[in-house]
Design a protein around this ligand. Sequence first.
Ligand SMILES: NC(=O)c1ccc[n+]([C@@H]2O[C@H](COP(=O)([O-])OP(=O)(O)OC[C@H]3O[C@@H](n4cnc5c(N)ncnc54)[C@H](O)[C@@H]3O)[C@@H](O)[C@H]2O)c1
Length: 382
Amino acid sequence: MAKKKLNIGLVGYGFMGRTHSNAYRKVSNFFENDHVPVLKAVCGRNEAGAKAFADKWGYESVETDWRKLIARKDIDVIDICTPNDSHCEIAIAAAEAGKMILCEKPLARESNEGLKMVAAVEKAGVPNMVWYNYRRVPAVTMAKQLIDEGRLGRIFHYRAKFLQDWTISPELPQGGTGLWRLDAAAAGSGVTGDLLAHCIDTAIWLNGSVKNVSAMTETFIKERKHNLTGKVEKVNIDDACAFLARFSNGSLATFESTRYARGHKALYTFEINGEHASIAWDLHDLHRLQWFDHKDEGQLRGWRSIHVTDREHPYMDKWWVPGLQIGYEHTFVHQVADFLTGIDTGKPAAPTFRQALETQRICDAVLESAKTEKWTDVKVDG
Ligand SMILES: NC(=O)c1ccc[n+]([C@@H]2O[C@H](COP(=O)([O-])OP(=O)(O)OC[C@H]3O[C@@H](n4cnc5c(N)ncnc54)[C@H](O)[C@@H]3O)[C@@H](O)[C@H]2O)c1
């Protein structure tokens, strides 16, 4: 059967623009789907920059205004790879134009924006997905399978961390290209929306919904020069955040994130302790899953380090031969493959905007709790 073309319109060609473009180019070489992505157009405000990106990655055309990109009849999918303050406006316009939408995480700066985005895609009935790519690390997908098979039994504890160290210098400015993450107006929040959103998405996928949270945040550097105004301005993001959470299944959780953990670049880890078994995972060793099974024979009982590269492991039959590992960029290839399967089958790939709204609401509750210094319930629909 002839493959159907899916014309991609990419908005923003920074870090995520590159990971997504790489994924669109590779996916059909490794995965079988009815649809094949076509790199139709890239949109950036700087024409020369967008043109250079288009030439490098093989995009057929360039736009400098995302509204024009959305208005084009030859674009099927709008892929939002811009800072968080533009997700809502672009997504709503794209939904109204009947485009499918892929949006980078976090869905929005806060859940009111996210809710409007959910309403727009649901009203338009367009396929939509948020790029919480860590679900598609084979070892993490395998953790999900082991939990769903009931191998851990009742879950008691969930523990997650995401540690970085790149904002320790007080000389680092805030705002603008490359540093929008330090500007609350552009990012919404600091480590909560940027890093903990990943930890929360994985956690609710693996362990179900969160009931309430108790959080603390800190902004270690109170003022920084703003790149856009040139003035020294108050820093409004959270530099670090730690919170306690209760899941609906009765398990207890701790989450911690900072950009002030000297020596750590992107240390995302989680550990889950169940009645029968425990699981641990570490982004710096992403192809391994640590597994402890209490059912093992007494004297041989201990933590196993499973090299998740065999054909029976999630996604791995599509890549090389057993024993050869894959990396970070493949998580995006997997996510595109799952999105294409969703279109082929009519069964949406997760997380949809609505599913990603749950993470947003937990982030909101975390920031609210840090402000009020009180346990805070996570808002639910209705
Ligand atoms: N899934 C992940 O693991 C992951 C990792 C990094 C970033 N992200 C998310 O991806 C998004 C982008 O982050 P990034 O690291 O790629 O940022 P980046 O700064 O590297 O790139 C952002 C790009 O958007 C462009 N841009 C900004 N406003 C625009 C507009 N109005 N029209 C067109 N282009 C515009 C910028 O010029 C730049 O090219 C953010 O929402 C971020 O949270 C997700």
